[in-house]
Design a protein around this ligand. Sequence first.
Ligand code: ADP
Ligand code: F6P
Length: 330
Amino acid sequence: MQWGEKMRKRIAVLTSGGDAPGMNAIIRSVVRFACREGFEIWGVEGGYRGLINGELNEIDALTVTNIIHKGGTILYTERCEAFKTEAGQLAAKSTCQKFEIDALIIIGGDGSLTGAMEFADLGVPCIGLPATIDNDVVSSEYSIGFDTATNTAIEMVDKLRDTTQSHNRCLVVEVMGRNSGNLALNVAVACGAVAVLVPERDTTESERILIRNIKAYKKAGMHNLLVIVSEGYKNKQLLVELISKEVNCEIRTSVLGYVQRGGTPTSKDRILASQMGELAVELVKNEKLNKVIVAISGEIAAIPLSKVLEPTEKTSANFFELVNNLVNMF
Ligand code: ADP
Ligand code: F6P
């Protein structure tokens, strides 16, 4: 019998890259729907590293009981440099052949899904699902975990705002996003920040707007000058110096950190994760492989994995406009 010609289909599932709340909900949905179809389902431990090393265990509908509300991932996740090499990918392919895997379901961000695209090119049938708090899988308007992370950050920034207000201070809050400002932009809008600085935007212009806004709000008598900055903003270390040079006010900083990546997923992340998991199994059932599941205009759809790095037609231009009009209003 050839690889892929067994009586029962065998699916493997892994999580890769930075974890995101809702990954467990995807795993649960994939496992449950796979079991309903009578497929065998194997969990790969530790992302691509586990695949290279053959760390797979068979799981079933009961394995995924009591996880829908939990952050993190029961399959563990890692970053694996070896998978970026041909040798690493060939070793991972051998594992898939040895375990007679018919389809591999990969849950992760743009890096993990780029890996999926390359792996599919190597002849291993793959389905990708976007999950990252950075929300930077550009082919999808939404990645699982982003809503939860945004709400977590908002809750903390609201608390920080109380004490900032009492002390009449300026507070610079760093949110996650090494290469992506999506989280910062959303938090800034939702928390009424006076300025937001993101890696995608030119620093000179952003800093000019920042100072202009802080001066204007201070003059208007605002007692909590809240600035949101992405982790990956180039000049973040110099911001306090810059503000104190230009504006006469007490400044504090706060880094929200990894708390943003954990916690119980919101209803949006649980439900969308469940729907995406269902579609992933349906694609395997209908042998529509090498796809990535995306959210476009509120619907989920499957597009070719080869298009995972192509931005959706609906870009974030509208959102930038909202930020410009609402946050950068002075
Ligand atoms: P995320 O998936 O959250 O964006 P990373 O960018 O760190 O996280 O990628 C996670 C893992 O995906 C990497 O450690 C590597 O194993 C794999 N990966 C990332 N980029 C590539 C690539 N260009 N080719 C193959 N594998 C990749
Ligand atoms: O998951 C995405 C992300 O949170 C980025 O925003 C951040 O730069 C990165 O992961 C940091 O993760 P780690 O420290 O685990 O590599």
